[in-house]
Design a protein around this ligand. Sequence first.
Ligand SMILES: [Zn+2]
Length: 439
Amino acid sequence: MSAGSTLLVCFDGLRRDRATAERMPNLSRFMAAGADLIKSRSVFPSETRVASTTTVTGCTPGEHGLVANQFINRAVAADGLFNTANHRNLARADELGVLLDRQSLGQRLAAAGKRFAVVTTATAGATYMMSYGAEKHGQPVFSVHPGVGTPTLMKTAEERLGPVPAAATPNTAQIDYATRVLTDIVYPEHRPDLAILWMSDPDITSHGFGIDAPETIAAQRGCDEAFGRILDWQSSGEGPENIVVMSDHGHVTGAARFDLAAALPEHAGQLSPGYFSGLYLAEPTRKAITAAVERLTHEPWCGLVFVNIPGDPQACVPGALPASALGGGHRRSAPVCFTLRAAESPNRARPRGVSSPVRFHPVAACMAGSPAANSPPFSPEKVRPSETASGRRRPAGCRTSRRRSLPSSASAPTAPAAGCCERCFPGMTTRPLSSPVAA
Ligand SMILES: [Zn+2]
């Protein structure tokens, strides 16, 4: 191993309170032995392509510019919707200079003369973002999606390990395959100073079945067994010196599918629908933004509402927070953004997981030095939780809008002090989000 070499393992969509010893014994032992960064948080919107871009830029979406999994950018897609799951859309946006406003990890490592590799079962779009610049710099990328990874690495993997298994939920077969690509091919042949292994579970299985479904628990176990093999491999001295573990976001529970376009007919052509949605108003004046927020906040399905008033990123209107309060507010952001209301119980009929907005924290980044290293840099006594807080862009003392109840998780934030947000954002109002969601 090279000195300081590090592997970053991401369990997509893993909530901290679901990373239990019962479901994930290897990860649980790893967290107990390493440094558990209990104050780490996802960015907002807490979606995979947004968070993976933040992972490799160190910036909030308001700075890097990949502002949602899907948003409207007519320069990229004439009919409006720019779906970032498709790597060809991302490549087109990159050609037009409207994709990424910050340097990526791969670019920085290349400039520093360091080797970088990415192995992932994530979408083609997430792969493109986490490996941004890899092709130009000759950095190896493995993807389970045809035509996305580095051709020579894909060919080598197929020759040695056979064809990539079909995608499934749980996606354990693809994750096992990718793990073998990492340990059997990428490390021996490319010796990366930094590598990313991104597992698409438990996220995709949570979306399909819910956060506590048997299928999702099986997905977590599959991820954990792959992680256990990585720990054994590292112990043999073949792998990196350090391993860092993270998730990109948590999950909450949705109760029903909902046709937003039908609910907002007056915003036809302006709506980017999703759990996190955007309204790209034709003329985003303060008056139009205020009216749109007024409309949204009277809807029983509406959750949090954010505004991005052109030229005034700290400003808000009644019923909304400024998007900049949570690290948003990029010029490509919608003038009005909102989430759908979600439930906290995992036990509704046919629960479906949706990517969580900040509140249900992902498993915090945990770090551990290799047992073989003489002086592991991330041992528990060297990193204290208080040194790891994120959210630095938030005004001091301010949290998100007031919520009625919080999960009984050790990592849950305390309720904001009364008037906290109002002090930080004069004119901001709060409203309860406690009425039931119509199923
Ligand atoms: Zn994700």
